[in-house]
Design a protein around this ligand. Structure first.
Ligand SMILES: [Zn+2]
Length: 450
């Protein structure tokens, strides 16, 4: 066992106790509960291991920045978020959300896997390396935000105003979860997001349904508009929607074909008879990674209570989300959507947007990929599956598109982590594997970066 790994073993209980202090501190960003206190606690734990730490105020919740620099060495930027989702419904938790406990090899508590334990692995990796060798093998910067669970509103302006402070050779962070089979992952990107609300009002108030001979029905108009968005082979019909989609490279295709996949078991897991086709394939992972989506998240209009009510509604609305792939631009797609529906005769739709996130994907042939693959393999004893991007969305684009820095995600939670749900947990061994992976990554990059 290497010196830093030994250090982690010897200090296992103390490290866990420190993590538990972080988990005991609520940091619910959406209702400003304990977030500032959590930032201060995290900053203290970073300062204690020798990281020069600073708290930056933002319009809502603070950003905790830290650095430990070594001249002439590559710079690794670690990202993470210390805020959490609200814990409700409380009655569904087996133990209180902010009183962490270990049961059956898992650490239970709100924010355990998402994202406190996963970000803390890097703080402890730095401690183990410094205590073992006196210094780090590279420069490390930390960027921990307190707004990820509310869409990271301050992160983009912060990155744009602090380019020099955040300058690095690559960004690595740990979030999400490893494969169900136990294989570790190396994630190179995230999908983008355009979330819109469509609203049609045809009259100031609801009417008797006998007037349906003459009075327009907004629910029909909404259904017609929605049905114009996608055809029955699952292809989005908005003109130019696919124009900028980057076709997968042979290496990316190859990586996705390596992901273990039992279609029948997966269909059974989701309880569906068949999977939708993408433009080219019915392969679950190929489509999850490479296909953009147009999804109706909800529709509301008229009367759906018990019994009947012969009403002609006055208003109808729907929420639609688009998951975007590189290089689709949410702002541009939003314009295309409006143009298209106007041309189709739906000038009466009112639009609202809830979220616009750009997609991100670090090239699979980036020189850091083999270094990170080796670093993860050494700890897990098997090489990571490589996802060119996963199906979810998040702030990766701030690194790849704004700071122009490659970004890699190395998860350590397991797929049953229940993040955002009651009984969130972090795999206990996953946490310690995470610290050892952090150590391994820093050593590998310090040695091998060219
Ligand atoms: Zn989350």
């Amino acid at each position: 066992m290497s010196k830093p790994d030994q250090f982690v073993e010897i200090h296992r209980n103390r490290i866990l106790e420190e993590l538990f202090s972080l988990l005991r501190q609520p940091s619910i960003s959406t209702r400003d509960e304990g977030v500032k206190e959590c930032a201060e606690l995290l900053a203290r734990s970073m300062t204690e291991v020798g990281i020069t730490t600073r708290i930056f105020e933002t319009e809502r919740h603070p950003i905790v920045y830290g650095e430990m620099l070594r001249e002439g060495k590559p710079t690794l930027l670690i990202y993470g978020h210390y805020d959490v989702q609200p814990p409700e419904p409380l009655e569904e938790w087996s133990s209180p959300p902010f009183e962490p406990v270990i049961r059956g090899g898992k650490i239970y508590g709100r924010g355990s896997s998402d994202n406190k334990a996963q970000l803390f692995t890097y703080v402890k990796a730095v401690e183990a390396l410094v205590q073992s060798f006196g210094s780090l093998p590279l420069s490390v910067k930390f960027l921990f935000e307190g707004e990820e669970e509310i869409g990271s509103p301050s992160l983009k302006p912060f990155a744009m105003n602090n380019r020099e402070l955040l300058r690095s050779d690559l960004v690595v962070y740990s979030d999400s979860h490893i494969h169900e089979s136990g294989r570790p992952l190396l994630i190179l990107g995230l999908k983008g997001m355009l979330y819109v609300e469509l609203r049609i009002r045809t009259s100031p108030r609801d009417q008797h349904s006998m007037r349906a001979t003459s009075i327009p029905n907004p629910a029909w108009r909404l259904v017609w508009a929605l049905s114009a968005l996608k055809d029955r082979t699952n292809r989005v019909r908005i003109p130019h929607f696919y124009d900028k989609v980057l076709p997968p490279t042979p290496l990316e295709r190859e990586a996705v074909s390596q992901i273990p996949y039992d279609e029948e078991a997966l269909r059974h897991h989701f309880g569906v008879k068949e999977f939708l086709p993408g433009r080219e394939t019915r392969h679950y992972y190929m489509n999850l990674v490479f296909e953009p989506t147009c999804n109706i998240a909800g529709i509301v209009s008229g009367y759906i209570g018990s019994g009947s009510k012969t009403v002609l509604p006055s208003v109808a609305s729907a929420k639609v989300d688009f998951r975007l792939v590189p290089k689709q631009d949410p702002q541009e797609i939003f314009g295309q959507l409006q143009n298209y529906l106007n041309e189709e005769g739906f000038e009466d739709i009112e639009y609202g947007t809830h979220s616009m996130i750009e997609p991100s994907r670090t090239p699979i042939d980036h020189p850091a990929v083999p270094l990170l693959r080796e670093a993860v393999s050494r700890v897990y004893g098997q090489s990571p599956l490589i996802f060119p991007n996963i199906g979810g969305s998040g702030p990766n684009y701030i690194f790849t598109e704004i700071l122009k820095t490659p970004c890699f995600v190395v998860p350590h939670a397991t797929h049953d982590q229940n993040n955002h749900a009651p009984n969130e947990s972090m795999d206990l061994e996953g946490f310690f594997k995470g610290i050892r992976t952090g150590i391994s990554i820093m050593l590998q990059l310090g040695e091998g970066w060219r």
